[in-house]
Ligand binder design. Structure first.
Ligand SMILES: [Zn+2]
Length: 189
């Protein structure tokens, strides 16, 4: 298997997943999209069978809502929201894919840090095992100048807030990318 890992703050990864599916369709390279079941159980209004980007959408042909079993052999396995998995979950995904297709390209995408500014365990694990890894940048939503590496949860008027419950973190929608200078840590709030 060739393992790749792309990580970055909020707003950087959905366009990549969209491109992966476009590529898969255009060149007829079968791809399995692995999405976390917990996310769609909590966000019932979101349909996991589509990937959306700025008003466009693509139907996902091979979808696994992990921990559903991975059965189909495809060339590419794309794992979205990798930060929502434990390291054991990630190891299980890898061993299932290895069994089905040892030649597969396995692409992980996720946040490297929580909105508390803390680095996820999954991030260290994926950095360690990935053959290809890349940090994806976007522009800070506050200064609109520097590169964003953090993700901040904000309320309707843009004030920073911190969400202790993991379930609430998953259903909460107002997150924005911020640079190191504009990011507010819980201890500074
Ligand atoms: Zn900034």
């Amino acid at each position: 298997m060739i393992i790749s890992y792309l990580y970055g703050p909020e707003e950087t990864k959905s366009s990549i997943v969209f491109s992966q599916l476009q590529f898969s369709e255009a060149y007829n390279v079968p791809l399995t999209l692995i999405r976390p079941k917990i996310y769609y159980l909590l966000n019932r209004e979101e349909d996991p069978t589509y990937v959306r980007l700025r008003g466009k959408k693509i139907k996902v042909k091979n979808l696994v809502l992990f921990p559903e079993y991975i059965q189909k052999k495809t060339n590419i396995y794309s794992i979205e929201k990798a930060h929502l998995y434990s390291v054991d979950d990630l190891k299980q995904i890898l061993s299932l894919v290895e069994r089905i297709n040892p030649q597969a390209l396995v692409m992980f995408l996720g946040l490297d840090r929580s909105h508390f500014g803390e680095v996820y365990e999954s991030h260290y694990f994926l950095l360690d095992i990935a053959y290809y890894k890349e940090r994806i940048f976007t522009t800070c939503s506050v200064c609109e100048d520097r590169q964003a590496v953090f993700t901040q949860a904000v309320d309707e008027i843009g004030l920073e807030l911190f969400i202790p419950s993991v379930e609430r973190q998953i259903t909460y929608k107002l997150y924005e990318p911020r640079c190191e200078s504009c990011f507010v840590f819980p201890s500074d709030a």
